[in-house]
Unconditional design. Structure first.
Length: 234
């Protein structure tokens, strides 16, 4: 694999230069902001255990990785962009099974592993069903996130039936997520009428999505072995 291969996949980018996607790059501050707010919330509630800290780190890393991708726009930066968010999805799912449903770590990890296997096959299966070549998606690559959206809806709905306090947070996050997915999907379709594109709205709204999920875990996922004492008001 050529790790320095240039990638041009968004309306805003018009050349290979570092600062060709300034809005797409700068709006990654939404992820950093979400991580910092969640860190403050977790410390204030003495809920900064290892699992929560890991999720917060992954959201922060998502912002950094996406910034690198929308500035360097090469293969290694694309990996820095997608790896943290994929790890967040799997980690949040496993931690949700453990904390919201009180499943053992073995079962929670098994569910996350099964999701990873299913999600990795989803894009190819969807292409076969809709009869389009692999890599020529009409969804602009957004189909890779469809399984995460479905998982969020299913988990949120089950928690709602159980009367769990985290349910409204997860379902609200799912509602914002489908809007952000729409903006990601139509980015290339609006280039002629709106050269800036809509990918930057994917960043802003996903910052809201991930921040909402973090707050749900901090407030309604029982934390154990906190890493830091409360610093409310600090």
């Amino acid at each position: 694999m050529d790790w320095t291969k240039a990638i041009d996949g968004y309306c805003e980018r018009v050349d290979p230069s570092y600062w060709s996607e300034p809005v797409n790059a700068i709006t990654n501050i939404a992820f950093v902001f979400a991580a910092l707010l969640a860190w403050r919330e977790a410390r204030a509630r003495a809920a900064l255990d290892a699992g929560t800290a890991w999720l917060i780190f992954l959201v922060f890393a998502t912002g950094v990785g996406s910034y690198l991708f929308h500035t360097h726009a090469v293969m290694w930066a694309a990996m820095a962009d997608t790896t943290p968010i994929m790890l967040f999805i799997l980690s949040y799912l496993a931690l949700s099974m453990r904390r919201y449903f009180r499943l053992s770590w073995w079962i929670a990890g098994g569910i996350a592993l099964a999701f990873m296997i299913a999600a990795s096959s989803f894009r190819r299966v969807l292409g076969m069903v809709m009869d389009y070549p692999y890599g020529m998606s009409p969804f602009n690559g957004s189909e890779g996130y469809f399984p995460a959206f479905l998982a969020l809806v299913v988990v949120g709905a089950i928690l709602m039936r159980r009367g769990h306090a985290a349910a409204p947070w997860l379902l609200s996050a799912a509602g914002v997520f489908i809007v952000s997915l729409t903006f990601r999907t139509v980015d290339n379709d609006v280039c002629n009428s709106f050269p800036l594109g809509t990918h930057f709205l994917w960043h802003v709204l996903n910052g809201v999505v991930l921040g909402t999920l973090l707050i749900a875990m901090i407030r309604h996922g029982k934390a154990t072995a906190p890493l830091a004492p409360s610093t409310r008001g600090g």
